[in-house]
Write a protein that binds this ligand. Sequence first.
Ligand code: HEM
Ligand SMILES: N[C@@H](CC(=O)c1ccccc1NC=O)C(=O)O
Length: 276
Amino acid sequence: MSGYDPEDDGAKESFARDMSYVDYLALDPILGAQHRLSDAHDEMLFIIQHQTSELWMRLALFELDAARTALGQGQFPATFKMLTRVARIYDQLNSAWDVLRTMTPSEYTRFRDDLGASSGFQSYQYRLIEFVLGNRNRAMMKVHEHRPDLHAMLTQELSRKSLYHVALDALADGLGTRFAPEAYRLDAPHQAQEDVMQAWMQVYRDPEAHWSLYELAEKLVDLEDYFRRWRFNHVTTVERIIGLKRGTGGTSGVAYLRRMLEVELFPELWHMRGSL
Ligand code: HEM
Ligand SMILES: N[C@@H](CC(=O)c1ccccc1NC=O)C(=O)O
């Protein structure tokens, strides 16, 4: 495109008084926030990988919260669209591990000590996502006590119904039934309930009769499937990079992360499949 001058083409070029791309996207704070603590080349990758993950998690939270509201109002198509978007976000996060995996243990050790006791274990957005979905463990909030604002955000989330609780309301309404209160505990991980499992089985045995609930169930399973892949990619990357060392956050590291692979967000949706 030799000789091309955007001005001849009508491109606006003076932004002294108008909002520009840089202004709108707040690129100064965002692109000025990569503060390496070492001179290790790979630390830049490490920081950006985490910052981009946190940005995608921000969007995931935004969508999950809106999906929860829409579902509470019986707006199934809008809910499905947002849940599909969250699954796509996880697809993005899952692919991103391929970039981080280019870092070897030799390269990571060059700056690991500089990380101190900081760890993804302290990602409040990750914990909020778990809380919104229904995996609620108050013990995970303790690391945020030094930040009353973040602690309050997590506490506030525990006072609301989880996305799964709202899905169970929709399920109960659709089938004209009610579930025992154990299904609705606000501040504990959701435990599989027999009545809920029976209800989902009713839906799967006659999908045509309960199409919206059937679609909702599959969206939730899809979401959990992607979420599980994220956990698996994380633990595999961690093992590849630090082996069985303890985590900077103080946990057993890979052993802890393997244990987390067993978490079930929507247990009845997985358990009932073997009985169909
Ligand atoms: C070199 C790469 C990485 C290593 C070696 C690593 C290591 C670890 C370890 C050992 C833990 C357990 C907690 C601890 O004691 O520190 C952990 C937790 C965690 N990490 Fe990473 N991690 C890496 C990359 C990432 C990335 C890219 C993210 C994306 C945000 C992330 C997010 C998390 C989260 C959310 C937890 C808490 C998981 C839970 O409680 O279930 N990590 N990580
Ligand atoms: N827990 C990691 C350190 C780590 O990965 C980390 C450190 C600071 C900020 C984010 C991190 N990512 C995930 O845990 C480790 O034990 O090496």
